[in-house]
Design a protein around this ligand. Structure first.
Ligand code: HEC
Ligand code: HEC
Ligand code: HEC
Ligand code: HEC
Ligand code: HEC
Ligand code: HEC
Ligand code: HEC
Ligand code: HEC
Length: 407
């Protein structure tokens, strides 16, 4: 009986030891696998990695033109839209020369691999007219795709090494490199990837503006902002990129300030009342999915009216029996394949008298002549009608909004 306390003591100690060991083991098992790292030093992994967990977003993204901008023509010959069967004097190359396609909407251009770069082949296919047109000057063979184009049409571009991770606008073109996010500990509360919803409107719009814009990298070498990356902290696009502007690049803008070419939406938008009011790209466009032409959230006037609900039917707005907000406030001033296929994003009305002042429609388009272009419709007549409409009932002091041409 003397041994009883000893036995109890032994059992007690043993229990404690077992409890401690299992606790340690359990704790060890509970630590999930993954890494504790922020997004700052991450590298590119490619959209197919994102698919593993964000399958729905991935599938939706494949409906957007972003996903199809640049396609491997050798792996997927169906990506070639251009007519290579008919004879053409303009197109001097063969289907077999094409390594990658660029574009699906207005025009398609073709890339051929060179020793350490790519060149854009010297003819483009205009999709709506079905015509081949010449592209680039005679020195096309000396041009560098990595200098002039790459950063806006591929993802994870390293312009110095002349490499890219993925053709097209992949997830990481907007979200930044994702290697740390992919390896992160589930539920660990640290930002491992850029979520534009958590940025200011302006900073989020800059992501779009890094491509939907024209200009020159600060190094003077690249026509895109080569080192801009939101994941490295709140990065101001201006620090990396000199945007084209009306003073220095007169050839790219109409006297009214609206842009003349494609991929200039951000530059237009920056000058708009919408930008000032915080109405940005993502207010009007869906991002991951394409359910309508140009990925707008609602079609036509419905989009504008969803916010401008109290619009009164007076002044210029009374001229017609229909709405057509976009026709007057986003006139077709730009050109991708053919003149007028791109709309202005300043959202301001271009007065017909500005066309007269500038010496005709070729020098300055306006919001009315897009539809009233018949030869009997003199611009002077449109000006008169507009004045009459305004005098009958002016919604606002019009002079305030009337933009003067740059002298
Ligand atoms: C291993 C699974 C996994 C992979 C792979 C993955 N994600 Fe995620 N992602 C998650 C989970 C889970 C969440 C939500 C929980 C959270 O916020 O941590 C998330 C959240 C996000 C968010 C919102 C983050 C935030 O801070 O609000 C973004 C953006 C995102 N992922 C983008 C991507 C992109 C781009 C890729 C590919 C580079 C990717 N993810 C790959 C699992 C994954
Ligand atoms: C600063 C970014 C940027 C640079 C540099 C750039 N592009 Fe683009 N490009 C875009 C954007 C954004 C679009 C789509 C928006 C638009 O058409 O307005 C586009 C559209 C296109 C399209 C038409 C797509 C379609 O579906 O019709 C082609 C083709 C194209 N670019 C070729 C080129 C070539 C070739 C170069 C280099 C000589 C180049 N781009 C340089 C941003 C850029
Ligand atoms: C053209 C730029 C762009 C591309 C490409 C893009 N995203 Fe996004 N993503 C955004 C923006 C902007 C937001 C913020 C959404 C908002 O403001 O409505 C966002 C939000 C998200 C979120 C968090 C919020 C949510 O909706 O759940 C996830 C997750 C995400 N994206 C994953 C992806 C994945 C995966 C891909 C590729 C298949 C991808 N994104 C491609 C711009 C992009
Ligand atoms: C890495 C460059 C890049 C970034 C970043 C980018 N885009 Fe684009 N975007 C393009 C190119 C290139 C095209 C033309 C694709 C084509 O025509 O094949 C395009 C096309 C579009 C289109 C036309 C789609 C259609 O169906 O006609 C919209 C709208 C658009 N982008 C909005 C955005 C918005 C909003 C953002 C920011 C959240 C953004 N883009 C970020 C390069 C970019
Ligand atoms: C107030 C709404 C609104 C805002 C803000 C807006 N867009 Fe648009 N966007 C539109 C509409 C409407 C269209 C043309 C739809 C049509 O023609 O049916 C369009 C067309 C486009 C196109 C197709 C080519 C073209 O220009 O016609 C691109 C690309 C585009 N937007 C990109 C952007 C980007 C990038 C931003 C931000 C810098 C932006 N948009 C801001 C409403 C908007
Ligand atoms: C997400 C909401 C939203 C959408 C969508 C929207 N707007 Fe706006 N818009 C605003 C706000 C906010 C302002 C700032 C001034 C105000 O409150 O009227 C504004 C200003 C304007 C102005 C300048 C007004 C002035 O005082 O000079 C015009 C013109 C305009 N919008 C036209 C349009 C057109 C055309 C569309 C459709 C393509 C559109 N808006 C879509 C919210 C929106
Ligand atoms: C026939 C051409 C035309 C059409 C169509 C048109 N607008 Fe206007 N809008 C004008 C003119 C002209 C002004 C005068 C102000 C200016 O100089 O910008 C104006 C002014 C505005 C303003 C600022 C002043 C105000 O009245 O609040 C807004 C906002 C606006 N329009 C939105 C719209 C919306 C939304 C639609 C579609 C329902 C639309 N507009 C259709 C020509 C038009
Ligand atoms: C979207 C195309 C479109 C735009 C933009 C447009 N119009 Fe019209 N306009 C029409 C159509 C179609 C009619 C005939 C049907 C109607 O009256 O609704 C018309 C009729 C008119 C009429 C009635 C007299 C007539 O000749 O039949 C006047 C005046 C007029 N427009 C002036 C203008 C002015 C001024 C502008 C610029 C502020 C303008 N329109 C912009 C399409 C347009």
């Amino acid at each position: 009986m003397k041994r009883l306390p000893l036995i109890i003591g032994a059992i007690f100690t043993l229990t404690i030891v077992i409890v401690i060991i299992t606790t340690i083991k359990l704790e060890h098992k509970d630590v999930p696998e993954g890494e504790f790292k922020t997004m700052v030093d991450a590298t590119y992994v490619g959209s197919s990695e994102c698919k593993k967990c964000h399958e729905r977003k991935f599938l939706e993204w494949t409906t957007t033109l972003h996903s199809k901008m640049m396609q491997d023509a050798k792996a997927n010959p169906m990506a070639i839209i251009g007519d290579f069967d008919s004879l053409s004097e303009i197109r001097t190359f063969k289907k077999e020369d094409v390594d990658f396609t660029l574009g699906n909407q207005w025009k398609q251009q073709y890339l051929k691999k060179t020793e350490d770069d790519y060149v854009v082949l010297p003819a483009q296919y205009n999709i709506s007219s079905g015509q081949w047109t010449l592209y680039q000057a005679e020195d096309w063979q000396d041009k560098s795709w990595f200098k002039e184009c790459a950063g806006c049409h591929a993802t994870g571009v390293d312009p110095e090494k002349k490499t890219f991770k993925e053709p097209g606008i992949g997830c990481e073109a907007c979200h930044g490199p994702g290697s740390n996010h992919v390896k992160a500990i589930p539920g660990y509360e640290i930002a491992t990837i850029v979520d534009p919803q958590r940025l200011t409107t302006n900073a989020a719009a800059q992501i779009c503006g890094s491509c939907h814009s024209r200009g020159m990298d600060k190094s003077g070498q690249y026509q895109y902002p080569a080192n801009y990356m939101t994941s490295r902290g709140v990065a101001n696009l201006r620090i990396f990129f000199n945007h084209a502007n009306q003073e220095e690049n007169k050839d790219m803008f109409w006297p009214s300030g609206d842009s003349k070419y494609n991929n200039m939406q951000y530059l237009d938008w920056q000058n708009s009342e919408h930008a000032k009011a915080g109405v940005s790209c993502t207010s009007c466009h869906t991002i991951h999915v394409s359910q309508s032409t140009f990925q707008t959230k609602l079609q036509g006037d419905k989009l504008c009216r969803s916010c401008h609900q109290t619009m009164e039917n007076r002044g210029a707005h009374k001229l017609h029996t229909f709405g057509s907000c976009i026709a007057c406030h986003m006139p077709r001033t730009g050109k991708s394949a053919e003149a007028g296929d791109i709309r202005s994003h300043t959202f301001s009305f271009i007065y017909p008298e500005l066309s007269i002042e500038m010496g005709g429609l070729e020098k300055q388009p306006n919001s009315c002549s897009d539809c009233h272009h018949h030869k009997d419709n003199l611009i002077e007549g449109l000006v008169e009608f507009l004045d009459a409409a305004k005098k009958a009932d002016m919604p606002k002091p019009y002079a305030v909004h009337r933009r003067k041409a740059l002298k």
